[in-house]
Design a protein around this ligand. Sequence first.
Ligand code: AMP
Ligand code: GLY
Length: 420
Amino acid sequence: MNKVLVIGGGGREHALCWRLKQSPSVSAIFCAPGNAGIAADATCLNLNGTDAVVDFCKSENIALVVIGPEQPLVDGLTDRLKLENIPVFGPSKAAAQLEASKGFMKDLCRKYSIPTAAYGFFSDKKEALAFLDSRNFQKIVVKADGLAAGKGVIIAESKKEAVLAVEDMFSGEFGSAGSQVVIEEFLEGREASFFAVCDGKKAVEFAFAQDHKRVYDGDKGPNTGGMGTYSPAPLVTDAIRKEVMEKIINPTMTAMEKEGCSFSGVLFAGLMLTKDGAKLLEYNVRFGDPETQSMMMRFDGDLFELLLSCANGKVDEKFISLSKQSAVCVVICAKGYPGTYEKGSVISGLKKAASLPGVKIFHAGTAEKDGNIISVGGRVLGVTALGHTIKEAQELAYKAVDLIEWPQGFCRRDIAWQAV
Ligand code: AMP
Ligand code: GLY
């Protein structure tokens, strides 16, 4: 029997812990730091720093570490665990550059002919502004090179806006993330999120999902980490799946190997499905949040064996199985998110909502205090439902949402509208 350690404490990690627990060969799950919901599926603990993680893995004889968020990957936690011979699911620091540097990703696409928006990559403000001058355009996209929690992308509707975005980035608006800037062509089309599990050489399709990035109904308001998802994505045909594997994912795996930073873990491609085919918007090097909540609801394979096979360099697709049913996840946030919000209010009705058949409530920013569940973050709950159709899943998810009593919270009421 095997013990697993999951790093992270959001809705994504709750969904991962919940599914890992159902693997027949898993005897115990630990999660650092976890949250009040994860505590039902795993032993939550604080591990401060890489040494603490390594010591814990050794003392508990951990069979697999699964790293949820990007930051520990970018900081090199995988590299350290590998040095200590601890099996780990997640890319090395060098491979995590695919997410940590948009310029790295774009230059790789150019070198290996992977379809993506035309672009320029600048570390000098004057050059970036000259590039803008040389273009005649309607819309253009300005991106901070580094990690900016989903906020470093500006879609400029005019040259004036583009110039302002470039100036803001170079003046430190996004900290060091904006010390280099990508400027790229605006792509028209529909977005989809694609996930592949990888072992360093080979990638295997995991699932498609669809996120809702804007905070308000009708895709209005500022961008967030994600307000809700559904899976599968009906707009993705078999032909598109094949195209994405052949033209984007497989060439990326080959490219990363050739560059000396082979990719292992989960490759999350943000795609734009354009009239000229699928194009890569961005790579993330980890599971999506809240895409994972919808995907894990559908997953009925053996998650532990799957992730371990990737960690061991031999991804085994027989462990992947996804229900033909559809899942919808509605994220409930603290009022004010993605701006400032209050913490500490009590959430009730969770048991009643979770008792609806086909509903699972994944916790993100929650904690337990005096026997109550309280909010401690921006994105707080991921109410997730499974149905025969997306419409059925959507109705069930909102039925559960309406049983939750939390006046200080809000959610979008239109998650999955495109698919219904
Ligand atoms: P990214 O973090 O690069 O995925 O960008 C965040 C969001 O900005 C994406 O989900 C898209 O909605 C939008 N976006 C990014 N790049 C482009 C582009 N080249 N054309 C159109 N929309 C884009
Ligand atoms: N939901 C988008 C992300 O995880 O980056």
